[in-house]
Design a protein around this ligand. Structure first.
Ligand SMILES: Cc1cc2nc3c(=O)[nH]c(=O)nc-3n(C[C@H](O)[C@H](O)[C@H](O)COP(=O)(O)OP(=O)(O)OC[C@H]3O[C@@H](n4cnc5c(N)ncnc54)[C@H](O)[C@@H]3O)c2cc1C
Length: 532
């Protein structure tokens, strides 16, 4: 049994580190326990070949909150980001390329080359998205409304919501309704005529979403992306992180230690201890018991409640609701060390290296719909949607000169295969990704020095993401805001007194934002101060 802490954080992902920073800064003795040998969770830089490092899981910093960058002083701790310019770039099979620049007028000009009608529609739709995102943005860094408040509490919650929404016009509200409940496919079909523009929108929707483009509720992904990020607080910011995504969590870990927090790696937690209905600490896999006044879990809800808390400590109905959280898959990652910089059909060779670093190989909406259905029944789809980023184009710290680092995010891949296992079919997935890339690049296939394939099973086994779900639970309207992770428990507290969720499974959800870590720390601080 080791000495007690005020707070123990299970998991050193970026949200666990963020929460630990705020608790340590407030003077509470805080310990982070990470099962892996490195902190960072799904926000890491790792060696994929001798001397070659890559952002093995997350690869673009698109939503990291500026408040967190400032509070943790991440720049002083070594964080440097370079805006992606364009933010993304769709590369089509016929050699046509469509970039989405950070400057909307510039993007509209690109679209005008295809369709004047679509260029105008793009300007109108983007303006509406920006405006709506501005209203929703404050919700990102505060707890969702408490649906279960009573008496004055209910009144206060109502007043808070009213304050946020009082400026919203009827147009905004109907837009919000459309984005929240409509499908991305119907939205772009209504506004645009060209296939390329529709595919660009599909490419800008949230990756890792477990839904086909024509499913109601998928349009919300466009808004989610706009909820700002980067140190400039640019809506829809996309950035390369110098040194890979692990630079974010390395800097966060330094901030935690500077604030007085402790971090232990290779320290898997076997159990969250509960006495008299209250979390009392944790027991590590090696049997070490660590006492704490509160426990925060950065692990996903299923891992936390079904794996770490004794069955008898939770209501049966709660456990059943947790089991029903939609997670499975649907993506994989293939990371490459290459002998040559990838050449993309249609991307000018003389273009800026930053621009040459991005190539999203996005299918048509109909094809994406079919691929989703195939993956839904356990197949590797005929057509893979692959998002390639050659980080070494803007970052010479990743690999020796002459070696290029390209990561490829692969969408619509099942967690459970209908035939065979992922250990048997890992190479097939890698080969299929390379074949898809080869249709848009003539030199990638021939210049592969090393390739790391992370199947959904690897995401679960190595990174602790249950069912390989990169967001600790799908980002769909039924699992967002006051529904995340469950309607009665969306404010970080749990049925076990003194146990909190602080990771992506809680509001506002996944992505490298730091937001769940930040907001959960507020709830924990309030409770700890009360008990003090
Ligand atoms: C392939 C992939 C690509 C992605 N791409 C992007 C992207 O480009 N941009 C973006 O913004 N987001 C991206 N994401 C999503 C994003 O990385 C995650 O949503 C986010 O990192 C989750 O952060 P977290 O801190 O909440 O949880 P995690 O990063 O999952 O951290 C949880 C930590 O808890 C640890 N843990 C679990 N159980 C225990 C235990 N029993 N004991 C001790 N430790 C434990 C885990 O090892 C892990 O370190 C991607 C994710 C993946 C997997």
């Amino acid at each position: 049994m080791t000495a007690g802490y005020d707070a123990v954080v299970v998991g050193g992902g970026h949200n666990g580190l963020t929460a630990a920073f705020y608790l340590s800064r407030a003077g509470f003795r805080t310990l982070v326990l990470e099962r892996r040998e490195v902190v960072g969770g799904a926000c890491v830089t790792e060696e994929i070949a001798p001397g070659v490092r890559a952002s093995t899981t997350s690869y673009i910093a698109s939503m990291l909150r500026p408040e967190i960058i400032r509070d943790l002083d991440l720049a002083r701790h070594g964080l440097r980001m370079v805006p992606c310019e364009p933010a993304l770039q769709a590369v089509f099979e016929d050699g046509w390329v469509l970039p989405w620049w950070t400057d909307d007028a510039h993007t509209a000009e690109e679209i005008r080359r295809i369709s004047a009608h679509d260029a105008e529609a793009f300007i109108r739709l983007t303006a509406r998205l920006h405006e709506l995102a501005r209203y929703l943005q404050p919700f990102f860094l505060e707890a969702p409304p408490n649906l279960y408040a009573r008496g004055w509490g209910k009144f206060r919650e109502g007043r808070r919501l009213f304050k946020r929404f009082r400026q919203l016009s009827g147009d905004h509200l109907s837009d919000l309704m459309r984005f929240a409940t409509g499908s991305l496919g119907d939205l772009v079909d209504r506004h645009f005529e060209s296939d390329e523009v529709k595919r660009l929108y599909l490419a800008n929707n949230v990756y890792g979403m477990h839904a086909p483009p024509y499913r109601p509720g998928t349009a919300i992904g466009l808004l989610f992306h706009m909820l700002s990020g980067g140190d400039e607080q640019i809506q829809g910011f996309n950035g390369h992180v110098i040194g890979g995504m692990g630079s974010i969590t390395r800097a966060m870990a330094a901030a935690v230690r500077e604030a007085g927090g402790e971090i232990r790696t290779s320290a898997p937690v076997a159990r969250i201890d509960v006495r008299g209905g209250r979390a009392s600490g944790v027991t590590l896999e090696d049997g070490t018991e660590i006492a704490a006044r509160v426990v925060l879990s950065n692990a996903d809800p299923k891992r936390t409640f079904l794996g770490l808390v004794d069955k008898g400590e939770l209501p049966e109905e709660f456990r059943a609701d947790v089991e029903a959280i939609a997670m499975a898959g649907p993506c994989a990652k293939v990371n490459f060390a290459l002998d040559q910089e990838p050449r993309w059909n249609g991307v000018p060779e003389e273009a800026d290296p930053n621009r040459r670093s991005l190539a999203t190989l996005v299918p048509t909406l109909e094809q994406a719909q079919r691929s989703y259905d195939q993956h839904r029944w356990g197949e590797i789809p005929d057509e893979l949607w692959v998002d390639c980023v050659t980080a070494s184009n803007v970052d010479d710290t990743l690999a020796p000169e002459g070696t290029h680092v390209m990561t490829a995010f692969v969408q619509y891949v099942p967690f459970e295969l209908a035939n065979g296992t992922w250990d048997e079919r890992r190479d097939e997935l890698g080969r299929r990704a390379v074949e898809r890339i080869a249709r848009s690049s003539d030199n990638v296939a021939g210049s592969i020095r090393a390739m790391q394939v992370l199947t959904p099973l690897d995401l679960e086994r190595t990174y602790g993401l249950t069912e390989g779900n990169i967001f600790h639970g799908d980002l769909n309207i039924g699992q967002l805001f006051f529904m995340r992770p469950l309607p009665a428990w969306s404010r970080y507290r749990t049925p076990v007194d003194g146990l909190y969720l602080c990771g992506a499974g809680a509001h506002p959800g996944g992505g490298v934002t730091g937001a769940p870590g930040y907001v959960s720390s507020r709830a924990v601080l309030r409770d700890l101060k009360k008990r003090r």
